[in-house]
Write a protein that binds this ligand. Structure first.
Ligand SMILES: [Zn+2]
Ligand SMILES: [Zn+2]
Length: 322
């Protein structure tokens, strides 16, 4: 009998594709599971009025752009994974550090997993296709062991170019990665406390503002950026139009595009992955590409890959079909 419950329509219960053969559902990746669980729990403290401040809220919202759009979308994705532009090394490493502060693992790991996604998109060996089900594509895939994603194997296959850079190698082998993350916590706390003291707060109130900025600027922001990134993997392979015949289920999803500053034009991205622009029409707003063009104008980005103008577009009626 056809399962037509709301849960199944959302992709929560149906399973159209089997899990990758290398997945062992009984083996939890505790480092990820604990991190994802703890960050969500800590972020929930934001409901307590004691932690609220407008400074924290504004810094958290700005952080979604600075860390999520510049760190993950521009840095990890368009620059490092797809080489859609070239930046001076100091700037490339700067974007990578912003990406690291989003707790989405090291640049080499992110790049390798994402390149595998493009290679096997929406087939069984895709690490995170939502055609298994929505929750698997959104977050479940990273919480259980997948031997296909064992570090040394995927690095050798997908991230050799990244690991030629000593900075990215150090992030794999030393304490540099956790140091950057803990350093970002300290920076946010101290920034909040300093703002409080400058505005004339007594020390206890300055500590409270520091805690607020830490909570909103780091924990709430990280959880928000996670779900935005994860929606590109889940929603933008389930809902939206498919103007290009990519052979997978990637979609142009305007809600995800708005949230992610352009990454939701995901069908455009899958047909033309190296293009630094994901929006292809005037109305497909792509804030990340606007930043790349600004960098180019300033001489800080070169070899910016433009969209291929010669791709055949499917008829509108076809592109709407599921
Ligand atoms: Zn995709
Ligand atoms: Zn990509």
């Amino acid at each position: 009998m056809r399962d037509d419950t709301a849960a199944s329509r959302l992709g929560l219960t149906s399973q159209r594709l089997p899990l990758p053969a290398a997945v062992d559902r009984t083996r939890i990746v505790w480092s990820y599971a604990i991190t994802v669980g703890l960050y969500h729990l800590v972020a929930l403290l934001a409901v307590l009025p004691w932690f609220f401040s407008w400074t924290g809220l504004v810094l958290g919202a700005l952080g979604i752009f600075v860390f999520g759009s510049l760190g993950i979308n521009l840095g990890y994705h368009r620059l490092l994974t797809h080489r859609g532009l070239v930046c001076p090394k100091w700037l490339e490493h700067g974007f990578a550090i912003l990406g690291i502060c989003c707790m989405q693992d090291t640049p080499a790991r992110w790049v390798a997993v994402h390149r595998r996604h493009h290679q096997f998109s929406d087939r069984q060996d895709d690490p995170h296709t939502p055609l298994v089900n929505f929750l698997w594509g959104h977050v479940g895939w990273m919480l259980v062991e997948n031997r296909d994603l064992a570090r040394l194997g995927i690095y050798d296959r997908y991230a050799k170019d990244i690991l030629r850079d000593p900075f990215y190698r150090r992030l794999e082998r030393s304490f540099l990665y956790p140091t950057i993350i803990i350093g970002s916590w300290a920076t946010f706390f101290l920034l909040g406390a300093a703002i409080g003291l400058i505005l004339g707060d007594e020390p206890p109130e300055a500590v409270q503002l520091g805690a607020s900025v830490l909570l909103w600027g780091v924990f709430v922001r990280t959880v928000a950026v996670w779900h935005i990134t994860w929606l590109v993997n889940s929603a933008a392979h389930l809902w939206g139009r498919r103007p290009y015949d990519t052979g997978d289920d990637s979609r142009n999803n305007w809600v995800v595009a708005l949230l992610s500053n352009g990454e939701g034009w995901h069908n455009n991205h899958h047909i033309d992955p190296r293009s630094a622009a994901h929006g292809r029409t005037k109305w497909q707003i792509d804030g990340v590409f606007a930043c790349i063009r600004a960098l180019e104008a300033l001489g800080l980005a070169t070899d910016v890959v433009r969209p291929n103008p010669n791709l055949p577009v499917r008829p509108a009626a076809e592109s709407r079909k599921r």
